[in-house]
Design a protein around this ligand. Structure first.
Ligand code: PLP
Length: 425
């Protein structure tokens, strides 16, 4: 993404100057630090409109939440209507019940749910619950999987080890985590053999979307499921990205393996800030007895539950998954063809609802093999793509929404082509 304020002009340059005065780095999330981009005035469907008159086909979708497209009328109307009668009560309301029933019905395997505000929090709830129920402390996790920004889950590779990713982060909070390469069931078996009696949970993105959009190898999820059962370990799927995007039942449904707990966020609420922890009654009920604490002032607010209820109803009534797959597959082929035409080693791989663009030819199965690709080269290309009207992330993940159709496909390929014709890549 453009990292140079001088690339900005007009109102964006002025907003950027003011933002930098009052907000560290000019942004409210470090994930957005990379860019001095045109400020956005509004968004609808699959399009973003900048304050200086440019438009963008959006394949970032707010980092995933806008799966129904931007400002979906049904969700926006439901939230506005519900909130006219109050936003937060510190008491119960019917929408909470309705949204809970709808999510459990859509997910399929889950008995109970607790709502929260961010995916990061939902993960913390899952880890605490797993530890609270098993009485164990250690957690097995995987290289390159992202589970939020808090001290015990934020990691970065350094000198062959996975360690803190930020100054100020308490390194001791990582001590209880066993970090393994993903997609290697033997390593999970070995870790549980050696530490099983101390391991509360195995947590993973069941499709590794944050880093590379890498699918689980055949039988990997099944093997981990069996190993968790054998060792009395709670299996947690972090479906914050995959949930409702891959299908109503997320990755659990796509790959036919059910976890004990799963976290949801992003696509669950049509763009509104909502997350959820879902799971089996035997585990989740421990929150209800008060044995395990889970709290939050804004959990289950009217806004959140109205947004979830409208989003999930919309997905149940008119599942967009076939359309999304069709758009995505055609786009992936189109991008590959353009790479060939321009003699570039462009690599476009993934699952239709999210795919990854980079340079190189490695066979990718985990974080380590992903590093054999030229990720920095794609990062540079992504900045040019933004300048040519394609709103994409520097880390290579492209998200497709229910609103991406023929018009967006044509625009995306035309803009990609014009970036390459200008020498990008
Ligand atoms: N888990 C996964 C798999 C994610 O992709 C993310 C965010 O990108 C999180 C957890 C954290 O969610 P949030 O940013 O809502 O705190």
């Amino acid at each position: 993404m453009p990292n140079d304020s001088t690339l900005l002009s007009g109102r964006s340059a002025e907003f950027r100057r003011r933002a930098l005065e009052r907000t560290p780095g000019g942004v409210h999330s470090n994930v957005r630090l990379a860019g001095a981009q045109e400020f956005i005035e509004r968004a609808k469907g699959a399009w973003l409109y900048g304050v200086d008159g440019r438009d963008y086909v959006d394949y970032l979708l707010g980092q995933g939440p806008n799966f129904l497209g931007h400002a979906p009328d049904r969700v926006i109307d439901a939230v506005f209507e519900a909130c006219r009668d109050g936003v937060i009560f510190g008491g119960q309301h019917e929408l909470e019940v309705r949204a809970s029933e709808l999510v459990c019905r859509a997910v399929g395997w889950a008995d109970m749910i607790r709502f929260g505000v961010s995916g990061t929090e939902a993960v913390q709830g899952a880890l605490r619950l797993a530890r609270g129920v098993t009485g164990r402390t250690k957690v097995v996790r995987f290289e390159g999987h992202y589970h939020g920004w808090l001290d015990n889950v934020l990691t970065a590779p350094r000198d062959g080890a996975w360690t803190v990713a930020s100054k100020g982060q308490l390194a001791g909070h990582l001590d209880d985590f066993i970090v393994l390469p993903w997609n290697d069931a033997d390593q999970v078996a070995d870790a549980l053999e050696r530490h099983g009696e101390q391991v509360a949970a195995v947590i993973m993105e069941p499709v590794m979307i944050n880093t590379g959009v890498i699918e689980p190898l055949p039988k990997f999820l099944e093997a981990v499921r069996r190993l968790c059962d054998a060792h009395g370990v709670v299996l947690i799927f972090d479906e914050v990205i995959s949930g409702f995007r891959l299908g109503l039942g997320g990755a659990a449904e796509r790959y036919g393996v059910q976890p004990d707990l799963a976290t949801y966020g992003k696509a669950i609420a049509g763009g509104f800030p909502v997350a959820a922890l879902v799971g089996r009654e035997g585990l989740m009920s421990r929150f209800g007895t008060g044995e395990v604490n889970h709290s939050g002032t804004f959990n289950g607010s009217v806004m959140a539950t109205a947004a979830v209820a409208a989003t999930v109803t919309s997905l149940l009534e008119d599942p967009p998954y076939e359309r999304v797959t069709k758009h995505s597959k055609t786009l992936m082929v189109g991008l590959r063809d353009l790479g060939l035409e321009h003699d570039l080693p462009l690599r476009v791989e993934g699952i239709p609802a999210a795919f990854h663009v980079s340079f190189g030819e490695a066979e990718v199965r985990d974080y380590r093999t992903l590093q054999q690709l030229d990720l920095a080269r794609y990062e540079r290309l992504s900045r040019d793509l933004v300048r040519h009207g394609l709103w994409v992330a520097g880390r290579g993940v492209w998200y497709v929404s229910a609103c991406h159709g023929e018009e967006e496909l044509d625009a995306a390929l035309t803009r990609f082509e014009s970036a390459l014709a200008d020498g990008a890549g």
